[in-house]
Design a protein around this ligand. Sequence first.
Ligand SMILES: NC(=O)c1ccc[n+]([C@@H]2O[C@H](COP(=O)([O-])OP(=O)(O)OC[C@H]3O[C@@H](n4cnc5c(N)ncnc54)[C@H](O)[C@@H]3O)[C@@H](O)[C@H]2O)c1
Length: 336
Amino acid sequence: MSVLVTGGCGYIGAHVVHALQETDKDVVVVDDLSYGRPDRIGNARLYGADVAAPGADQRLAEIIEENKVDSVIHFAARKQVGESVEKPIWYYRQNLNGMINVLSAMAKTNAKKLVFSSSAATYGEPPVDVVPEDVQPMVPINPYGQTKLVGEWMARACEQPYGIRFCALRYFNVAGCGPVSLEDPAVLNLIPMLFDRLRQGKAPAIFGDDYPTPDGTCVRDYIHVSDLADAHIAALDYLDRDQRRYDAFNVGTGQGTSVRQIVDEVKKVTGLPFTEAVKPRRAGDPPHLIGDPTRINTEMGWHAKYGVEEIVESAWKAWQANPAHHIDTDGWQQQD
Ligand SMILES: NC(=O)c1ccc[n+]([C@@H]2O[C@H](COP(=O)([O-])OP(=O)(O)OC[C@H]3O[C@@H](n4cnc5c(N)ncnc54)[C@H](O)[C@@H]3O)[C@@H](O)[C@H]2O)c1
């Protein structure tokens, strides 16, 4: 039996392909290579296809049957919050049509286990600092987050009629790198943004230092991408069990790290004596966003192994190893 990984040539997908290969799983990847790179997936079989295209469900069903796939991990999607605000219809087409095609292919075939890449963006601006999965209300504040929440609803609706066993992993702030060849070239999140400013010889920026947090800067839950990859392996095992109580899990550490603490860690790891600039707050940045990991800890036995130090160190190592390929995405704000 094989595992189909959509978007397996991307940053997180490639780390998961790597983790699956370490457990000797047979892996098949579908990726349109819009952001991914084929050299990231070792000897996994690659099918170049757009999962969101009309009729892609038929092609996915053929791939599933040809490769005797029993499990699907669905990453293939667009992930830029700012871009989703500017192009909502396109985001709905990309992310929701992709999910519909994956579910349709699974409904027609024997692939009945689905792990879905969801996001802390589904929570919007939650009323608590440490967020449990069943927090109410759950109101995403941008089209990207909406596509993830609706994706969860669609998969849940397909469980009973088509026998699909599903779980959503809601990632918090993913960062760091495993093997340096799997680095995320997009400059969307805080750590690569800090590195990118340093590369340009400009002062890194902190957006707001007057939040109601211990040092006044926003607090987030940083998760090492290698820990996140292991959470997907744990999720596949969980779907094999008969007793499954939940279908949505936070993948976070339960620990908050402030923007200023990350800036200090970057100074320590890089050895560069920069002075950061403090700028006004950005719209839509909640002061705290930390995932309560109790459910994934107890139900799947998964715990994060790495802390912020390993995250920044591994990110810096990968950044230095790949000086040429960073994609300049200045202006987009990533919030998950
Ligand atoms: N990186 C994060 O911080 C983060 C946080 C929360 C959730 N997520 C979700 O995790 C998933 C993976 O994120 P990532 O950081 O690895 O992104 P990425 O852009 O590096 O990877 C996405 C991969 O999917 C492929 N792809 C995109 N649209 C496709 C399509 N229509 N058909 C086929 N392939 C397609 C791309 O070529 C790329 O290889 C996404 O669904 C994203 O929304 C990411």
